[in-house]
Ligand binder design. Sequence first.
Ligand code: MG
Length: 250
Amino acid sequence: MRRDITPAQEAERLVRLRGEKGFDAFKWRVGSECGRDVDEWPGRTEAIVPQVARALGEGVAKLVDANSGFSPRRAIEVGRLLEAEGISHYEEPCPYWKLDETKLVTDALNLDVSGGEQDWDLAIWERMIEMRVVDIVQPDIMYMGGLSRTLKVVQMAAAAGLPCAPHSANLSLVTLCTMHLLGAIPNAGKYLELSIEGPDYYPWQEGLFVEDPYTVQDGGVTIPSAPGWGVEVNPAWLRGAAYRCSRSPR
Ligand SMILES: [Mg+2]
């Protein structure tokens, strides 16, 4: 999730996690969020792509996320570097709301371009899939408003022959709901997005569940089989949470 991390630090922690957890796919960040071609610091993208890719080496899938950072021209230039370094998945190269720009990148490159994590409007999704803006759709179950609406995106994508690899950026319920979704759909993408960031990045996700559903073994997690979502939210966490009441004006 980090962009304040140097190429050497990112390579070190991903290689370490490969050994510790057995992950066989890694995603790291390039460009700058909605950065209009200005990098997090000069040269970071050109440095971090080869350094991390080569440190991870063969036998692992390599993915990057640009978080709407590039113009089509710059996105395609970065895309060529990604292809040369064996990256297979290029997420959100252009501003996500500019479907035509993303499509230029998808059409120009051979690797998979992915996106959709910010989109919740089914009309936009219909257009995105019909235009073939991306090769992989990435709805976020929470931003979408739940499983039923997400399944509509999944079904549209399946009809168009596209895989669905949802956005699940933290270890709250979103990743758990995504695990259940991926276990139930025919066009599940290759990976579950599983954040590796700890309490310094996401302090509120600590101790959320009585039993951690995100224990990794051989690079994978297990979809809980208990009733419902298969987890129990920790009562102590709930007691310590802030509560607010909101009402619809109608
Ligand atoms: Mg993303």
